[in-house]
Design a protein around this ligand. Structure first.
Ligand SMILES: Nc1nc2c(c(=O)[nH]1)N[C@@H](CN(C=O)c1ccc(C(=O)N[C@@H](CCC(=O)O)C(=O)O)cc1)CN2
Length: 396
């Protein structure tokens, strides 16, 4: 089983967007993200969906910030008057600084007709549920279809479980446009019919419905569920079934970050009319692995050398966690898991995770060609140690 890393795609698209960042920053364009709080008498299910909307909205804020667009995150009470909400939508339509707007689902029913007022050219996530001349369906549906395309073969058949809903319906439209054979199953249908497919997409939002008992071995499972629970976030696929398919998008870390990548691509298209190149997950992954294969051994040797020659340069963050930090990168060594992590200083994202026990690269994402060049310079500095080092060792 291989876990498909949605963050790898998100980081790739973020990098692609960097060349437009200064244009966005200069123009001071904005994206509005509107979210409703759960009402006091909301059911537990509705509360969970509102919490998912909050998490998703915060991910959007981070994504838009990263590419130089100002996010304006508005949180509304479900008790405001419909006329008040209509005015908010009208002001978005009239404000030329606002490039795009997203209203997070769930949307209280009394506001659903107001969504139709949103200017179609600003509807980046097709929340009006009507395609505009830019996009066919919501970003989640496009992201799921793009992952399926990365794995589909000529004779593939895709089961879309929850295919009658908004996201599922969008997935089917995208797959049909790409001439990928698919069929729809509804929540409540016999899930064993997924055995007719080599790829399964599940967008029911029913946590853990895919247990090992209903899941034969597939080429790919795309889990579009996201249900916050007391013990963490759950997808439609039960954790106990993760080892069965050949490839699976995990929750969290799968479809969520892929959706953010699609929104970033869409923003570039909406605001600048630029269509970014289509990514293929397996190609991106290969590229990242190649870059990580160059960097990981350099990081390993560098950490070992610094730990031996300049032990004072290693910070003990926890009993089992030792950190070497430079102005560009951090190397973290976990003595319990025997793994080495390379990250950028001041960023949480793991670029590379290397298992020292197996010498396997377990994670590789967000690595640019510039990173490879920098690490090759570090390698050159290691090779000519005495000329480059000072009493703290070499700069990372
Ligand atoms: N108009 C829209 N409404 C809503 C959307 C949306 O995309 N457009 N999303 C849903 C909630 N949702 C899926 O159903 C969702 C939840 C979370 C994420 C996400 O980015 N998750 C990340 C981060 C997880 C974390 O920090 O714990 C991940 O999976 O890694 C995306 C979508 C609500 N309404």
């Amino acid at each position: 089983m291989t876990l498909i890393d949605g963050q790898l795609i998100r980081e790739h698209v973020k990098q692609e967007c960097q060349k437009y960042k200064s244009i966005f920053q200069t123009s001071q364009k904005e994206v509005t993200i509107i979210r409703f709080e759960a009402s006091e008498n909301a059911t537990n299910e509705l509360r969970a969906r509102s919490e998912a909307a909050r998490i998703s909205a915060e991910q959007k804020v981070a994504t838009f910030n990263a590419i130089g667009i100002n996010p304006n995150h508005i949180v509304l009470s479900p008790n405001i008057a419909v006329e008040q909400f209509d005015e908010i939508i009208q002001s978005i339509n009239e404000d030329c600084k606002v490039t795009a707007a997203i209203v997070q689902y769930p949307i209280p029913t009394k506001f659903t007709s107001s969504i139709g007022l949103l200017e179609p050219q600003k509807d980046i996530d097709i929340v009006r549920r009507k395609s505009n001349n830019l996009f066919e369906s919501c970003a989640t549906a496009e992201g799921i279809a793009r992952i399926v395309e990365s794995y589909a073969q000529r004779d593939s058949n895709v089961a879309v479980v929850g295919g009658g809903g908004f996201v599922g319906n969008g997935v089917i439209k995208y797959l049909e446009a790409s001439r990928i054979s698919c069929f729809c199953l509804e929540d409540g249908d016999d899930l064993s019919r997924t055995s007719e497919a080599d790829i399964v997409v599940s967008v029911t939002g029913r946590q853990g419905i895919f247990t090992p008992y209903v899941l034969p071995s597939h080429r790919l499972i795309v889990d579009g569920g996201f249900t916050p629970t007391a013990s963490g976030v759950a997808g439609d696929v039960d954790r106990s079934a993760y080892s069965i398919p050949q490839n699976i998008t995990p929750v969290p870390g799968g479809v969520g970050p892929i959706e953010m990548a699609i929104l970033a691509e869409r923003l570039v298209k909406m605001d600048l009319g630029v269509e970014l190149g289509k990514w293929n997950y397996q190609q991106l992954q290969q590229e990242q692995m190649q870059r990580a294969t160059i960097i990981a051994p350099i990081a390993r040797v560098f950490f070992a050398q610094q730990a031996t020659a300049y032990p004072q340069s290693i910070r003990t963050e926890r009993e089992n966690l030792f950190v070497l930090e430079g102005s560009n990168y951090q190397i973290r060594f976990n003595s319990t898991t025997q793994s080495l992590i390379v990250a950028r200083t001041n960023e949480k994202l793991t670029l590379i995770r290397l298992s020292l026990a197996s010498n396997q690269i377990e994670t590789a994402r967000g690595i640019t060609n510039e990173d490879v060049t920098r690490w090759q310079q570090i390698q050159a500095a290691i090779d000519s140690t005495t000329t480059q080092s000072n009493d703290r060792g070499m700069e990372l």
